[in-house]
Design a binder for this molecule. Sequence first.
Ligand SMILES: Cc1cc2nc3c(=O)[nH]c(=O)nc-3n(C[C@H](O)[C@H](O)[C@H](O)COP(=O)(O)OP(=O)(O)OC[C@H]3O[C@@H](n4cnc5c(N)ncnc54)[C@H](O)[C@@H]3O)c2cc1C
Length: 477
Amino acid sequence: MHTADANTENNNDNNNDNNNASQSASAQASTHKADNGAENQLDNELVAKLSRKVDLARLAQAAEELDTAEFEALVRQAIRRSRPHQPPPINGDYYDVTADLTPQEAAYQKQIRHFLEQEARPIINDYWERGEFPKELIRPIGQLLCDTLDADGYQFPHPSPLMSGVLSLELGRTEPSVSTFIGVHRSLCMGTIFLYGSDEQKAHWLPAMRRFEKIGSWALTEPLVGSAAAAGLQTTARRDGAEWVLNGEKKWSGNATFADVNVIWARNEESGQVNGFLVERPTPGYHVEKLKGKIAKRAVENVLIRLDNCRIPLDNRLPGVNSFRDVGKQLAVGRAGVAWEATGIAMGAYERSLAYCNQRAQFGRPITSFQLVQAKLVQMLGNVTAMLSMMRQLTRLQERDGFVSHERASLAKAFCSEKMRETVALARGVMGGNGILLEYDVARLFADAEAVYSYEGTYEMNTLIVGRAITGISAFV
Ligand SMILES: Cc1cc2nc3c(=O)[nH]c(=O)nc-3n(C[C@H](O)[C@H](O)[C@H](O)COP(=O)(O)OP(=O)(O)OC[C@H]3O[C@@H](n4cnc5c(N)ncnc54)[C@H](O)[C@@H]3O)c2cc1C
C-alpha cells in the first residue's frame, strides 16, 4: 500500500471515529437530560420533604452565616451520622497481656480458642441443661492438649506457667464446665500422681491419662467437712494385711461418675495423718451417685461417694504424701489455675455482652449509645484488665521462683473470683431478659461463676489465708 493511500485510510478511520463520537455524545447528552430530569424530580421531592420538617429559608440563612470550614465540618458530621454504625473490634485483653506469649504459644492459644468455639460451644448448652458431661469431647480434648500444652519444649504436666494460665483463661472464656473437667483430671488428679506417686503408679497412669484415654477424679471434700478439710477429714484408711480399707463419704469430686481412677484423701487410722489413695472404678465398696439439682457447672458430673469397707492393694497408696501439708502444695497450683479461669469467665461475659449490646437497639438507637450501658461495659473491662494484669504478674513470680506461694495464689483466687462475680452480674444485666437465656451464653457464665466462687477454697477461706499472711494472726476460728 502507498503512503497516500494509507493516509486516506487513516483519515477515513478518523472520520468514522468522529462520526461515532458525535453520535455517542448526542446519545450521552440525551441520557444526561433524562438523568437530570430524574434528579431534578428527586431533588424537588427531597426539598418538599425537608420543608415539611424544617424552615428551609432559615436553614439556608444559617448555612450562609457559617464560614467554609464550619460548613464542611457540619456536612462531614451529617454524613457520619447517616452511615450505619460500625462498632470497633471486641477484645477483652485490652492491655495486651497475652502479647507476652511466644509466637508458638500464641498459635496454641488460637488453636485452643478455635476448638472451643467450633466444637464445644455449639453443643454445650444442651448438655448443660441435661446435667451431663459431653463425653464426645473427651478424646478430641486429649488430642488438642497433646498437640499444644504437652508439645515439645514443655515439662509435663506443667507447661510454661503463662501458657497453662492461658489454657484456663480460654476454657473459662468459652466453656467453664469443660474447664472444671480438665482441671480435675489434669491439674488435681494427674498433678497429684505426678508429684506424689511411685514410679510404677506414674508409669501406669500418666501416659494414658495424658491422652485422655483414662480419666481422673479427686476427692477431698466430704458431706460434713469442706473448708475445714485440713483439720477434720472423717474418711479413714486402715491397713489390713496386704490391703488398705477405706471407710467414709466424699462429696463433689468432679468426673467421678465416669472416671477410671479417683484420688481419695483419708486419715490414716494409725498415724492420724492425711494420706492419699488411688481407687479404681469399679472396686467393691466404692459407690458413686451423681448429684442432682445443681444451678452452676451443670455439665460437670459431681457426686456423692460412699466408701464402704472399700479394699485396695497396699501399692495404691501415694508414697509421697505424709500429711495434709502435701495436699496444700497441690491446692496452691490449682487455685492459681482457678483464678485464671475466673478471669476467663469475666472476659467471656464482657466480650459476649458487648457483642450483644452492639446489635441491640432500643428507643431507635443502639443500646451502646446510652451512658449507663457504657459505664457498665467499662466497669467490666476494668475488672477484666485488673484480673489479667494480676494473673500475668503471678505467672512472672512463678517463672522466677519455680512455684506459687499459697498466699499469692489465694489473693489471686479471692480477688479474681470476686471481680468475676461482679462482672458476670453486670454482663447479665446489660442484656436484659436475654441475659438469663442459655442461647446467649452469658447466662451459663453467670451461673457457672457461682461454683468458681466457692471451689478450690471459698472466697472467705482464701481471704483468711491472705489475712493471716499480712497480719500474722490466724482468724480462721
Ligand atoms: C462445682 C463444684 C465442684 C467441686 N469439685 C470438687 C472436687 O472435684 N473435689 C473436691 O474434693 N471438692 C470439690 N468441690 C468442693 C469444694 O471444694 C467445696 O465446696 C469448698 O471447699 C467449700 O466447702 P463447703 O461447700 O463444704 O462449704 P463450707 O466449708 O461448709 O462453707 C460454708 C460457708 O462458710 C464459710 N466459712 C467456713 N469456715 C469459715 C471460717 N473459718 N471463717 C469464715 N467463713 C467460713 C465458707 O466460706 C462458706 O461461705 C467442688 C465444689 C463445687 C461447687
